[in-house]
Design a protein around this ligand. Structure first.
Ligand code: MN
Length: 270
């Protein structure tokens, strides 16, 4: 495991993301060897497309999967998870605005805690493409599995996996991304993170710079505002535009009452 790919993709003069300390990675790899509960986190990332980055600490780095729809607590709902480059350990507490370049947008620390492998040999499980584990986060708990899939998704890339909840006391049909949409670090939404990072941009709604990056950033600010207006994460609005088809049903299934309940019940927890 190494961070070359991670570093290659980013310009740390422009991005506030951590570059990753190699010594820390080695030290962490040594310290967590044989220790079962390790760090995990999920970052909600509003970039060109909203997605959730699922990260498991292993061997000094954070193994990372981009999950377009986010984790689901319903064992019948398999979520596509595209394996991406390893991220540095320090990324696990990162929350903020990436103004331009790779991953430009807003990163929210959506969940964090520990994960415990349900297998003895994590490296072997990864190689095999079947990793069973238990999560102990604020939002995600209980037994899960990541299974590598071939053919069916994303042109059969070997980077495509499925994230699936196992049936246990922590499984259920509540949509956890709707139910608990906020940050576990700052307790806020994307608009709050944006405001904390650069109030001038937030107040004026104007991009930091012109050109393509500016236009993208403006789009992301608009989306952050839309999401605040629609606490279901803007899914209803997105569905109405025909972008996600069946997802529009989220807005249609008596959303009013559900949204109210969601807001009231999540506020003390997240
Ligand atoms: Mn991402």
């Amino acid at each position: 495991m190494a961070l070359e790919k991670y570093r290659e993709k980013r310009n740390f003069k422009e991005s506030p993301e951590p570059s990753g300390d190699t010594k820390l990675a080695a030290e962490r790899a040594r310290k967590t060897k044989g220790v079962k509960p390790r760090f995990f986190c999920v970052q909600k990332h509003l970039a060109s497309h909203l997605h959730y980055d699922f990260r498991l600490e292993h061997d000094g780095v954070l193994l990372s999967w981009a999950v377009p729809k986010g984790p689901a607590l319903d064992p019948a709902t398999k979520r596509l998870a595209m394996m991406v480059e390893d991220h540095p350990i320090e990324y696990g507490t990162f929350e903020g605005v990436i103004p331009s370049g790779y991953g430009a947008g807003i990163v929210m620390l959506w969940d964090a805690g520990t994960w415990t492998p349900e297998v003895d040999d994590v490296a072997a499980a990864l190689k095999k493409g079947d990793l069973k584990f238990t999560l102990n986060g604020y939002k995600l708990k209980g037994s899960w599995v990541l299974v590598r899939t071939k053919g069916k998704w994303a042109g059969g890339s070997d980077r495509s996996w499925l994230l699936i909840k196992h049936r246990d006391d922590w499984a259920g049909d509540v949509d956890i991304t709707d139910f608990a949409p906020l940050s576990v670090k700052s307790k806020g939404d994307f608009a709050d993170i944006l405001a904390a990072d650069n109030p001038d941009i937030w107040i004026s709604h104007r991009p930091a710079s012109g050109g393509e990056a500016g236009a993208m950033f403006e789009k992301i600010i608009r989306r952050a505002l839309e999401m605040r207006a629609a606490p279901d994460g803007g899914k209803g609005a997105k569905g109405a535009k025909g972008a996600t088809g069946a997802k529009g049903a989220t807005g249609a299934r008596g959303a009013g009452a559900k949204k109210k309940a969601t807001k009231r019940r999540t506020s003390p927890r997240v």
